[in-house]
Design a protein around this ligand. Structure first.
Ligand SMILES: Nc1ncnc2c1ncn2[C@@H]1O[C@H](COP(=O)(O)OP(=O)(O)OP(=O)(O)O)[C@@H](O)[C@H]1O
Ligand SMILES: [Mg+2]
Length: 245
């Protein structure tokens, strides 16, 4: 069966797309699903920096400039997660044929993966819009601040014009009782809330999966809950919740 492709996009930069893409990837890999995270942030990539992977020589750039096949650019990292990083060589970037990205993604769609997560560059440029057009669904990562919400609104409008479907938002760096109505403001379902959490910074600096390093943290629990939702795995209800029903 073809893989489902989910793109994580945003209007504003720095909202947590790469962090969420990678940690949802680890969580879904821990559920025994074959998952691949692809860094499509061709101009300013940093997915591999958040992992323990040594600077990879063969990356998406080499695939897009025709000097490598896609399988050679995929690396299995911790928890059996596969990632397709993007290199940062300016020279390789100059020779990139962006139109090849569609072929690369359709080749991956028909491979062994059940799910492919695309880490999309921020904003509305062609570099962000193009990879989103190759996804089955887009999830926007939004922070609880006015600029992030307003920029997400713009991306939502642009994707609608381009015929791309946005299925929901993940509110990241959430702080209790601030901007509770982000989903209503954007007119999109909220797939989950990930708190602003020191555990995420610790996992980033240790280059370790959050769910391994800090499994009991509120952010790890939120990421696992969102990952199960993405995979269509029902939440186990607590005795109290079952009693209420
Ligand atoms: N829930 C969180 N709590 C605390 N820090 C976080 C959280 N999510 C992300 N961060 C931190 O915020 C910073 C930006 O995250 P990240 O690089 O994932 O954002 P991005 O949207 O991918 O950025 P860019 O638009 O530049 O690609 C990082 O330092 C990351 O560790
Ligand atoms: Mg990023």
């Amino acid at each position: 069966m073809a893989a489902k492709i989910i793109a994580l996009g945003s209007g504003k930069g720095g909202v947590g797309k790469t962090t969420v893409a990678l940690n949802i990837g680890f969580a879904i890999a821990s559920l025994n699903k074959k998952v691949l995270v692809v860094d499509t942030d061709i101009s300013l990539p940093n997915l591999d920096l958040y992992t323990g992977l040594e600077k990879p020589l063969i990356t998406l750039l080499e695939v897009l400039n025709g000097t490598s096949d896609v399988q050679s650019a995929i690396y299995t990292i911790q928890m059996g997660l596969d990632i397709l990083p993007c290199g940062s060589s300016l020279q390789a970037l100059q020779n990139v044929d962006l139109d090849k990205l569609g072929n690369v993604i359709s080749e991956l769609k028909d491979s062994e993966y059940e799910l492919i997560i695309l880490d999309i560059p921020a904003g509305l440029s062609k570099l962000s819009m193009l990879p989103m057009t190759y996804s089955d669904e887009v999830i926007l990562i939004v922070n609880p601040d006015p600029a992030s919400i307003s920029d997400a609104q713009k991306v939502k409008a642009a994707t609608a014009l381009a015929g791309i479907s946005v299925t929901g938002i993940i509110v990241n760096k959430y702080k209790k009782s601030v901007y509770n109505d982000i989903g209503i403001k954007l007119g999109l379902p909220v797939l989950g809330l990930i708190p602003q959490d020191e555990a995420i910074i610790k996992a980033r600096d240790a280059r370790k999966p959050l769910i391994l390093l800090k499994p009991g943290s509120s952010s790890a629990k939120a990421i696992m809950k969102i990952s199960k939702k993405i995979c269509g795995i029902p939440e186990k209800k607590s005795i109290f919740q079952r009693f209420i029903r």
